[in-house]
Design a binder for this molecule. Structure first.
Ligand SMILES: *Cc1c(COP(=O)(O)O)cnc(C)c1O
Length: 384
């Protein structure tokens, strides 16, 4: 079944971004590629094998459901880690497949030890510490319990990592809070060590922290957005560029999104186009209908606001974004025919619609737009 639009994933772009990150981190810090949210909308079935070819062997997802989906595409030498929700009904599968996962509180750790004993398996866990985000993780008060549970678990629990997460490392406005979190993290790691509890991997940094706070890289960086070719925020890029005295963007966007012209129409001067009164033709116009709307991930906030590329020229989106369609102004673009390629994100000739400007226009984050690209759009790996 053909979808009304299609996504191309650039294997070279992914490789470029992985290499950039590897060079930035140097030896001694591993990368876990974050592929939650269907690889930020890029498609985990396409992205994961491509990342393995670029040398990535550690992947992170959010939930046990995502882990079960992702596991199909993982090769034998790679590690899969769940950073969040573990459904108790998935725990047996997790232990059977040696999938690593965060434990975020005493009762969960108790249950994990119990299951591991019953199934005669080892649980490979990352101890998540609460350092001031107030979301999940063992609090300072829970630490004693964690220590005694871990000590009593024998060889049923392998403590692979000690971890936490920053509450907004992408913005300098949060500087004091981030520094405080990192200080507490280090203090907790030290006191665990005094109790004889250590782990191979201490990790706290995501993409933004790895750029803005290099000292937080530790043993492993969990990076998503950078690998797909976007900066967490413009501020993060500026910070990188300033430090490197470098103005050129080293990242390459890994995703392009295309559709085709479905219908062309002439509109007389003075007529309204599409629903309601949101767009009136001030001159005689020519429009192209493109079969992509908000149910396909094309945000409604691009109504009278977004652009697409047709015949290598930018065409404004006019009127409201519909559920399944947008209308584009092609008055100034000669020779457009039905079936012509329409680029929603990406490049045609010298014209570019980049997701980052897309996101700024849309007043939303790259993360959200990407993650909302529906699973049922055709995705293909290409050479760009
Ligand atoms: C999503 C996520 C990351 C990756 O964040 P990026 O900004 O995409 O690099 C890292 N750690 C955790 C816990 C996450 O949920």
């Amino acid at each position: 079944m053909a979808s009304t639009s299609y996504i191309h994933i650039g294997s070279k772009a992914l490789g470029n971004n992985v290499q950039f990150l590897q060079e930035l981190l140097g030896t001694g810090t591993r990368i876990s590629a974050v592929v939650k949210g269907n690889a930020y909308g890029h498609g985990v079935s396409v992205v994961l094998p491509a990342l393995e070819k670029s040398g990535i062997d550690h992947f992170s997802v959010y939930s046990s459901a995502e882990a079960r989906e992702t596991y199909h595409y993982l090769s034998a030498g790679s590690t899969l880690m769940i950073m969040g929700f573990v459904d108790p009904t998935d725990l047996d599968w997790i232990l059977d497949h040696r999938v690593e996962f965060y434990v975020s509180g005493p009762s969960q750790l108790k249950e994990v030890i119990h299951r591991a004993r019953r199934l005669d398996r080892q649980a490979i866990v990352h101890l998540e510490l609460e350092t001031g985000m107030y979301r999940t993780g063992f609090t300072v008060a829970d630490l004693k319990t964690a220590v005694s549970l871990l000590c009593s678990s024998g060889d049923r629990v392998i403590l692979r990592g000690i971890t936490s997460h920053f509450a907004g490392a992408e913005s300098i406005a949060n500087y004091t809070r981030i520094k405080k979190q990192f200080t507490l993290f280090n203090r907790l790691v030290r006191s665990l060590k005094q109790e004889g509890i250590t782990a191979e991997l201490r990790h706290i940094a995501s993409s933004a922290a790895a750029i803005n706070y290099p000292e937080t890289r530790l043993d492993l960086v969990r990076s998503g957005i950078l690998i797909y070719g976007y900066w967490p925020t413009r501020e993060t890029f500026m910070n990188y560029a300033q430090r490197k005295k470098e103005r050129h963007d080293p990242l390459k966007r890994a995703l392009s999104w295309h559709s085709k012209v479905m219908h062309i129409k002439e509109v007389p001067e003075g007529e309204f186009i599409g629903y309601g009164l949101s767009f009136q033709a001030q001159i005689p116009m020519k429009i192209a209908v493109v079969p992509v709307g908000y149910c396909n991930g094309y945000s409604r906030s691009l109504s009278n606001n977004g652009h697409v590329i047709i015949r290598e020229m930018r065409a404004p989106v006019i009127g409201l974004v519909n559920m399944n369609m947008i209308i584009c102004d092609i008055t100034e673009i000669p020779g457009v025919g039905t079936g012509d390629e329409v680029t929603l994100i990406g490049r045609q000739g010298s014209s570019v619609i980049s997701f980052s400007s897309f996101a700024e226009m849309n007043n939303s984050l790259n993360y959200e737009i990407l993650a909302r690209l529906p699973e049922n759009i055709d995705r293909q790996l290409t050479q760009f």
